[in-house]
Design a protein around this ligand. Structure first.
Ligand code: 4AD
Length: 466
């Protein structure tokens, strides 16, 4: 007899009559008058739970089986037999049930066999993985991450692990979390009264990274095709359904490449991962359609089958201005597009994903390449119907004089970026890359309403428990 996952037990690969052991957590228990208990057991290996039919002839039937409630942990041994139940091929006739953990107080166990609101489940982030919906999100998230790595590996990219702690503000937006070992109650001061960061661990003011881009650029200018995929931190005080203080970002970087090649790469990556998830996670995706968002699958299919529209920022502004719609934020050339504008463009104007390119320099980061018009930079945002911006990227300024001029104009101290400037001094090449927010990808894939449900433990203003 062998221990198998519930996925394996239900797969049909084990012949009828096989004796197996499965291990998991009870979803429900129902007792029949005929002296049988039906225990639904889930181990997260697949969407379905297995039905375990337990006869009252087992020695521990009264003492253990009749005490089983939602959440109890059980090891069940028995025979796989065809199931009468609908939607399930196999069930188990148990010959032994071992309970490794009862639920102390079933009344207070928060995960009951009924739909709970996502808001409620956020309050029990340590137990929400036991629900259908979080089991499905977790498996989809896993498949997306695996597909991202597979895509890059198959296309000759190397994965570079960029640092979490850094002294550079890669986005120049001042949204960094400080990392310090200093005693806050007794901060060392310089003669002028400023905090003396020379006395801190790194002998400098250090932060959690807002992007691995600058570091990955250095590897790009040696290994040609690279990417980083890791945790990213932003102290933007946006209490929205699209922002997290801690999120994961996928950032590829390609050498000898321009913005058009960058947009092509992003399009290929997104389509590849959506295809992979539709193939690998058909059961979880079907659940999202049923219970979360009815277009979850058709939306992804539409995405995969649509060539992305490419629009110049300047044209996008004209489209919005001529749309006859009154937006909460008025549109004019030189301002950044808000989610309402982005969604109008892709949902009502083009009807498919779009790449908006060539933004005004004053609203974009210092490292983006100046276009010949002298007022826009080679930046792109990819907008998806139903969510808005999902990718932000650019061709990088590879010309030192222009990079320096841009930094000076933005008041950025070039001394902090000497190593980054070196990349322009020693064998510079045109190069480009982008950032894809991993949780935005999960939100879009599953049709979730809030990004806080796309990561196991969301960090947002005021919340870092669990
Ligand atoms: O547009 P952003 O700020 O670009 C960068 O960080 C570049 N360094 C990327 C690059 O070119 N290598 O962020 C990129 C993406 C956004 O499109 C969005 O998907 C996600 O990161 N993102 C967030 N996701 C969740 N919560 C937040 N607070 C996010 N901020 C950005």
């Amino acid at each position: 007899m062998s221990a198998v996952s519930i996925k394996e037990a239900l797969s049909g690969r084990r012949p009828e009559g096989s004796e197996v052991t499965v291990k998991g957590w009870v979803r429900t228990r129902r007792d029949s008058k005929a002296g049988l208990s039906f225990v639904n057991l889930s181990d997260g290996s697949c969407f379905d739970a297995i039905q375990i039919v337990v006869p009252n002839t087992l020695a521990n039937y009264d003492s253990d089986v009749l005490r089983l409630t939602a959440g109890c942990a059980v090891i069940a041994t028995g025979t796989l037999v065809p199931s009468q139940g609908k939607g399930q091929n196999f069930e188990m006739q148990a010959s032994a049930i071992e309970v490794t953990g009862f639920v102390d107080d079933p009344e207070t166990y928060p995960i009951q066999p009924k739909p709970h609101s996502m808001e409620f489940l956020r309050e029990v982030a340590h137990l929400r993985p036991r629900t259908n919906v979080f089991g499905a999100i977790t498996r989809v998230r896993h498949s997306l991450a695996q597909a991202v790595h597979r895509f890059f590996h198959e296309n000759g990219f190397y994965w570079v692990n960029t640092p979490i702690i850094t002294t550079s503000d890669a986005e120049g937006a001042g949204q960094m979390f400080r990392v310090s070992t200093l005693d806050m109650a007794n901060l060392p001061r310089t003669e002028k009264g400023a905090v003396d960061f020379d006395k801190d661990f790194f002998a400098k003011d250090a932060f959690l990274t807002v992007s691995g881009q600058l570091n990955v650029e250095a590897y790009c200018l040696a290994l040609s095709k690279v990417y980083t995929f890791g945790p990213t931190f932003r102290a933007e005080n946006s209490n929205t359904s699209r922002h997290l203080a801690e999120f994961w970002m996928i950032e590829p970087e390609i050498a000898f490449a321009d913005l058009a090649a960058d947009a092509d790469l992003a399009e290929a990556l997104l389509k590849y991962v959506f295809k992979a998830v539709l193939e690998e996670r058909a059961d979880d995706m079907a659940f999202f359609v049923d219970r979360v968002e009815k277009t979850a699958i058709s939306r992804l299919e539409h995405f995969i089958n649509s060539p992305f529209e490419r629009i110049d920022y300047t044209d996008a502004v004209k489209i919005l201005q001529n749309s006859g719609k009154s937006f909460d934020f008025p549109v004019e050339w030189g301002v950044d597009l808000q989610t309402e504008h982005e969604r109008f463009l892709v949902e009502q104007h083009v009807g498919r994903p779009a790449v908006v390119m060539n933004y005004p320099e004053q609203i974009k980061a210092f490292y983006m390449r100046m276009n010949d018009d002298g007022r826009t930079v080679a930046a792109m945002d990819i907008l998806a119907p139903g969510i808005g911006e999902i990718v932000g990227g650019s061709q990088r300024e590879e010309r030192l004089e222009l990079l320096d001029a841009r930094m000076a104009k933005m008041g950025i101290d070039a001394a902090h970026y000497q190593w980054y400037r070196d990349l322009r001094r020693y064998g510079t090449v045109p190069h480009a890359g982008f950032g894809l927010g991993f949780e935005r990808l999960v939100v879009y894939t599953c049709g979730l309403a809030n990004i806080r449900d796309a990561i196991p433990y969301p960090r947002v203003p005021g919340h870092a428990e669990f």
